[in-house]
Design a protein around this ligand. Sequence first.
Ligand SMILES: CCCCCCCCCCCCCCCCCC(=O)SCCNC(=O)CCNC(=O)[C@H](O)C(C)(C)COP(=O)(O)OP(=O)(O)OC[C@H]1O[C@@H](n2cnc3c(N)ncnc32)[C@H](O)[C@@H]1OP(=O)(O)O
Ligand SMILES: Cc1cc2nc3c(=O)[nH]c(=O)nc-3n(C[C@H](O)[C@H](O)[C@H](O)COP(=O)(O)OP(=O)(O)OC[C@H]3O[C@@H](n4cnc5c(N)ncnc54)[C@H](O)[C@@H]3O)c2cc1C
Length: 705
Amino acid sequence: MGTRCEGLRDSLSPIAYYEEYSHFRLDCLKIDDNKELSMSANEDLAKERARCDFNVSEITNILDGGIERTKQRKKIESIALSNGKCCDVTPEETLGPKERYENAIRKSCLYTKIVKDQVLTLTGLEVLGSNSSVLRRTADAFFKDISPFLLHLGMFVPTIMGQGTPEQQSYWLPRALDFQIIGTYAQTELGHGTFIRGLETTATYDPDTEEFVIHSPRLTSYKWWAGGLGKTSNYCIVVAQLYTQGKCYGIHPFIVQIRDEDTHMPLPGVRVGEIGPRMGFNTADNGFLGFDHYRIPRNHMLMKNSQVLKDGTYVKVASHSKLTYGTMVFVRVMLVNEVAFNLAKAATIAVRYSAVRRQSEKISGEPEPQIIDYVTQQHKLFVCIATAHALQLSSNWLWKTFSAVLADMRGGNTENLPELHALSSCLKALSTSDSAALIEQCRLACGGHGYMLSSNLPLLYSFVTATRTYEGDYTVLLLQTARFLIKAWEQAESGNPVTPTVSYMEEAVVGNKYKWNGSAEGIIKAAYYVAAGKISSSVTSIRKRMKNGKAFEDAWELTGVQLVAAAEAHCRAVICDVYRKETVRLTANSSPNVKTVMDQLNMLYLSHWALERTGDLLRYTSTTEDDIISCQQRYEELLAAIRPNAVGLVDAFDFPDEILQSTLGAYDGRVYERLMEEALKSPLNAEPVNRSFHQYLKPLMQGKL
Ligand SMILES: CCCCCCCCCCCCCCCCCC(=O)SCCNC(=O)CCNC(=O)[C@H](O)C(C)(C)COP(=O)(O)OP(=O)(O)OC[C@H]1O[C@@H](n2cnc3c(N)ncnc32)[C@H](O)[C@@H]1OP(=O)(O)O
Ligand SMILES: Cc1cc2nc3c(=O)[nH]c(=O)nc-3n(C[C@H](O)[C@H](O)[C@H](O)COP(=O)(O)OP(=O)(O)OC[C@H]3O[C@@H](n4cnc5c(N)ncnc54)[C@H](O)[C@@H]3O)c2cc1C
C-alpha cells in the first residue's frame, strides 16, 4: 500500500520480525511464480476514468474551497508525504498494544517535526483553525488509527486560545505550539460525561498560598477518557467545580501539570494511567486521572471568562454564562468537517473496489458484471458520495457562521450564541451519525474484503462511530437543539421575529399544509414543513401533558422522543438547504458537465431523504402516493445518470494512496495483489508451523492431552 519506507527498518523490533518472515512467504507461498500477481493497474478502473465526462480537478477545487486552497493542500501533503517515513512496514494493527502505542508516538513526533518546521512556517496558525482539515488529511498518512497528540492540537491549544487571558495565552501558547509541553482536555469523569454541571472534581482556592487545591473526592470523580492522557501528556486542562470563599461557582477550566517535565514521572498527588482496550482510538492512550489535594498556582485557572482574585473574590467577566463551554462548540464545528472527510475516504474505497470487483451473473452465461453495475450497489454508494459533499459544504458554511458569531462575541455581543449552539449541536449529531452509518454501509458494500482491517473500513468506522458519542452524545445534543426550536416556535406563534435558520416557522405556524413539488427547492421546503410539523406536534404534546398536571420538566421528558425527531428533521432540512444553495453558488461559473453532475448528486441526496421520510411527508405535507412514485422514479434515473461518473467523483476527493491506506481503495485498483501482500505480513505467517501445534494440537490429536 502506498510507498514503502525503507528508512524505518531498524527503528522497530517488529520490523526485524517481518523481514524474517518475508523470506518465509516467498519460499512457502511462491507468490513470485504466481502469474496472476501483476504490477499493472486494473483495467476496469482505467476504463471508468476514461468514461468520466467532467474535469475531476474542477470538483476537487470546489470541495477544497478554491484552486488556491487546493494548491496549498497539495503542497502541505507533498511536504509530509515526500518525507518518505510516514507509513509502517508492519501494519500497525498487527502490533501488540505497547508496541502500537510506541509506534504511534514515534510517528507523532516525526509528523510534529514536519508540521513545526515546514507546515506552520508556510501557513501560520491558520492551519490549526479553518484550514486544519489539511493537517487531518496529512496526518492520516502517518496514522491508521489516532495520534496520541490529537487532543493537544484539537482541544488543549484551542482551550488556551478560547479561555485564557492574553497574558495566559502569551505564556502557554508558545510552549504548547512548540511542543515543549503536551496537553489534553480532561473533562469527562467515570461518573459523568453528559451532565457536566454534575462533575465532581473540585478546585478549592486557598488565599493563604494563592493556590487551588485540586481534589478527586471519590472514584466517580476520576477523569476518564481524555485522549493522550494515559502516557503522553505532561499537562492537561482539568475541568473542575470551583470553590472560593466557601461557595461553589460551578465548573471552570484549569491548566494542570501532571508529569515532571524532565523525567515524565507522575507528580506527587497525581494518579494517572491508561483506561484499557477500546473499540477504536487504540493508539490514543485515553486515560484516567485522579488528584489527592494537589496544588496549582492561582494563575493556572484560565481566566478569560471569570477570575478569582488573590483574596479569593470571584469575578464574572463574560457576558454569557456558557462561554466556558466554548471549546466544545469549537470542536463540534470542527467535527462536521472531520466526519465529511472520513466518509469521503470510505466512499472512495468502496466505489473504486466496486468498479474492480466482478460477481455473479446478470444474465446466465454472460461475463460477470462489475458490482457497481447493480442498481442496489449504486443505491448503497452514491448517497455516500452525495452525503460527503453535503457535509463538506455544510461544514464550510457552519465554520463561517461560527467565525461570525465569534467576531460578534469579541465585541461583547452574544446575541447569536444560542443559535450557533443549536446549529453546531444538531449538525454535529447528524453528521457524525450519518457518517458512521454510511461508512458501515460502505464496508458492507465491499462484502467479505470490507471486513479486512487492511481495507481500512473497520478502522474508519470505529473512529467515526465514537464521534457520535464524544463531544456531546447524539440524543443529548439534539435535545439541546430542541430547546431552541421550541422557544423559537413559541416566538413565531406570538408573532415575534425569529432568527434566520428558523424563519420557516413564521409561515408554518399559520397552519398551511405544503403542496408537494418535486424540484430541489420544493423538496427542501417540504423538509422544512416536516420539521415544523414535528416541532408543532411536540409543542402540542408538552402543553397537553402540562394541562394534565405535569410539571414542564416532566412534560418535556415524556415528549423526548418527539423532540429528538423534531430536531433531527430541522437539521436535515438545514443540511438540504445549505447543500443546495452552496452547490448552486459554487458551480455558478463551472463547466456545464461539472454543474450537471454536482446537480445530480444534490438531487440524489434530496430525493434519497424524501424517500427515507415518506411517512413524514404524507403526514405533515399534502404529498400524495403518486408524488412518492415519481420521486422514486427520479431517484432511480439519478443513479443511472451518476453511474458513469462514479469513479471520477471519488477521484475528485483527491486522496493519495498514503492517506487512504486501503487495499481495496488504492488508485490503481490492484485489489487482490494488495490483499495478498498485506496477508503475508500477518505475524502468523512468520513461521510455517506455530508452536501451539506442538504444545496443544499435537497432544490433542494424538490423545495425549
Ligand atoms: C495530529 C492531527 C491534528 C489535527 C488538528 C485538528 C483536529 C480537529 C478535530 C478535533 C478532534 C478532537 C477530538 C475530541 C475527542 C473528544 C473530546 C471530548 O469528548 S471532551 C468532552 C465533551 N463533553 C461534552 O460534550 C459534554 C456534553 N454535555 C454538555 O455539553 C452539557 O452538559 C449540555 C449542553 C448537554 C447541558 O449543559 P447545562 O449546563 O446543563 O445546560 P442546560 O441544558 O441546563 O441549558 C441551559 C442553557 O444553556 C444553553 N447552552 C448549553 N450549552 C451551551 C453552549 N455550549 N453554548 C451556548 N449555550 C449553551 C442551553 O441552550 C440552555 O439555554 P436556554 O434554553 O436556557 O436558553
Ligand atoms: C473515543 C472517545 C474519546 C473521548 N475523549 C474525551 C476527551 O478527550 N476528553 C473528555 O473529557 N472526554 C472524552 N470522551 C468522553 C465523551 O465526551 C463522553 O463519553 C460523552 O460526552 C458522553 O458522555 P457519557 O459517556 O457520560 O455518556 P452518558 O451521558 O452516560 O450517556 C449514556 C446514555 O444516556 C443518554 N443520556 C444521558 N443524558 C441524557 C439526557 N439528559 N437525556 C436523554 N438521554 C440522556 C445518552 O443519550 C446515552 O444514550 C471521549 C469518549 C470517547 C468514546
